[in-house]
Design a protein around this ligand. Sequence first.
Ligand code: BV8
Ligand code: ZN
Length: 358
Amino acid sequence: AVKQATRSVVAPADLESFREHLKKCRRVVALVGAGLSAASGLPTFRGAGGLWRTHEATDLATPEAFESNPDLVWQFYSFRRHMALKAAPNKAHFALAELARKNKDFITLSQNVDGLSQRAEHPSEQLHLLHGSLFNIKCTSFYCNYTRNDDFTDPIVPALAIPKKSSFAKIDSGKKQEKKKEGMEGEKRDAEKETKETLADEDEVASQKDEAEDTLGKKGVTTKDQTKEEGKQEDESDDEIDISDISNHIPNLSADELPQCPECKGLLRPGVVWFGESLPTATLEYVDKWIESGPIDLILVIGTSSQVYPAAGYVDEAREKGARVAVINMEPYSPVTLSESDWFFQGDASLVIPEILE
Ligand code: BV8
Ligand code: ZN
């Protein structure tokens, strides 16, 4: 469900002085995080409604987790690919893309892996993905460097089709929980609906599988032979995948049901940067060079809790190059320290960004 955007709260005085400054700015950088995509319906990681609230991010976004539970980690990322593909860029994504078109000396540093800035046609040479992308895939075999970008297959392999009953889907349709509170009289109506929905689920899972098969067929990406797959899917147990406690997880997908490298048959992984992994060298070098190459007039810190490094460190680096800071965040407090020459705009990025950049 798309988060209801709240009215943006922008103190007029701030807006005035901000707009005055923005007009004179040349070199501007935006550091963006999950809050930029919240209005597009994608859950943030920390804070209210965060995706990771039920367990530590480290459970799922580390090489160790992938090593010990590739099937759970793949289910997590396959679910997020599915959600990101269903989501649409919001007005803030488009406003940043517009600013980039107007000002070649503006760059966006994105911690997001959801692909929404790209879909808002943000000029790619001014968009730097610090943590990779859900839609880039790479091989884990040491000697093999197979990678493929912009892979939007959903599900990426048939076995990762998301049965509606999994707890992932619960995040997707939180409204089911509210309905449960309606009490008995709603139960019967729900039960009928549930049966219909389950049937629809089965078709949905089947159609997702067909879609995946024929896209995969086209891509020549090999997966385990489908027949066994079918059997596996048919008797998929009803109980939900409880991702809150990784040890509870019943490993229900074998390695050969997970995405395999067409070149070496090795296991493929999402092309995102996990905790403990270094950010892409080329990106780090580009950003360092850009920061070094002259004074910076403004850094926009949009929808990020600024807790993850080295991404969060760019705020201070920009400040050291003379940048004034404008924080845009839903919470009533700024996650970074601000001086009186900075700005803090509280509100939904999808409302505030178009307003302050227009
Ligand atoms: C590394 C990808 C070293 C996968 C992610 C110091 C220096 C170097 C490293 C460290 C260091 N200190 C600690 C470390 C280790 C670690 C780290 O920073 N840990 C933190 C938790 C303390 N850093 C790393 O491991 C990094 N690697 O430096 O390696 C190295 C060097 C050489 C060789 C080997 C190793 C790698 C970090 C990347 C991790 N990968 N994700 C995936 O996404 O699944 S990070 C993850 O957090 C996401 O990418 C996410 O983008 C990122 C940051 O979160 P936010 O985007 O800020 O989202 P969050 O939910 O936290 O906040 C949302 C905000 O929006 C909130 O403030 C909310 O109020 C606001 N909001 C909500 N709704 C709205 C809104 N605002 C506006 N409008 C709304 N509607
Ligand atoms: Zn390979």
